[in-house]
Design a protein around this ligand. Sequence first.
Ligand SMILES: *Cc1c(COP(=O)(O)O)cnc(C)c1O
Length: 406
Amino acid sequence: MLNLNFHPAGRHFLQIPGPSPVPDRLQRAMSYPTIDHRGPEFGALGRKVLAGIRTLFKTRHPVVIYPASGTGAWEAALANTLSPGDAVLMYETGHFATLWNKMALRLGLEPEFLGLPGSEGWRRGVQAPMIEERLRADRSHAIKAVCVVHNETSTGVTSDIAAVRRAIDAAGHPALLMVDTISGLASADYRHDEWGVDVSVSGSQKGLMMPPGISFNALSPKAIEASRTARLPKSFWAWDEMLEINKTGYFPYTPNTNLLYALSEALDMLHQEGLEAVFARHQRLGEACRRAVRAWGLEIQCADPAVYSPVLTGVMMPEGVDADAVRQLVYQRFNMSLGAGLGKVKGRMFRIGHLGECNDLTLMATLSGCEMGLRLAGVRLPGSGCAAAMEYLAGTAQRSDRPIAE
Ligand SMILES: *Cc1c(COP(=O)(O)O)cnc(C)c1O
């Protein structure tokens, strides 16, 4: 039976790649009283977060904030820009790309799902040349949008979005470029304007370190133009009223006020650390985690070192080992949650999240839990992943300028 009074000593280790652990600063910010969303204080909050969120997407254009999970923002991206029966080109990097493709079908679009054969596609990033070739063959420009996932959270692969932009341009094709960076934003480098993305989709519970519950559409002028003639039904998701009312810092319907407090605080935290430093921290933790996996003699789900995810690492199990049994052992003995294998790779791998509120010692505790769990599950480990990760972390640790005492 589910026991909601389960409060063991110490912190639960929530090492799934989203929701990621919520920092105390955000937790405290959310405890401020809920205010009148049409009152004077709200406007200041609304203006701050609407301007601030653009700095994360690196865009000069509007970003829409929805009180919804990432899935809602996926729907908003499609519903605002496309019409029934439109052809869209999507690329299969993993489970989340598959779900977005399924949504396009359900909305009455005609998605084509490109990808590498078999399970190869789930170990590599988007193959931009395949997109270019397909768009070149589409002489009548029937394809209205190209949809790809930036950081595929089900596999631990971060695709090269600039390369996808170059492929579309090389083919001389006018399709919109839509990118899911739900788990990439604020953890991995992302540049909405520079990469020529038309709609970027993101959510609160991954790199932004917030609880689930708000999500985003970053727009381009071309996407806004497309929304004026797009005919898929939309009302709650419609950009037009939202953009109009957002100009003053307000929303057309009740926003998630307390999550906006958290967003305001998250923006401060990210900019105080510095976005480049945040990305570098994630890259370094990712490298330490991969060194641990290699020392355990296990395979990393991502087979292309050029696109390793800084957000999470997919760990493949040897033949005959059930990844979910390992996760269960780790959960029951060490009070840590690891990400499950999703879709095609269910039971074959687990995922270690190293995003958001995570530092060297968080990762080391996480890796110890994994190493103990793997041993308990009977996996024969040729070496200690923890030792390998510690060696790397100790060798690359930055000294902070804080004195230890006055
Ligand atoms: C988490 C995630 C989603 C789904 O978002 P929800 O908030 O669960 O609706 C979609 N795509 C990617 C890449 C994700 O990481």
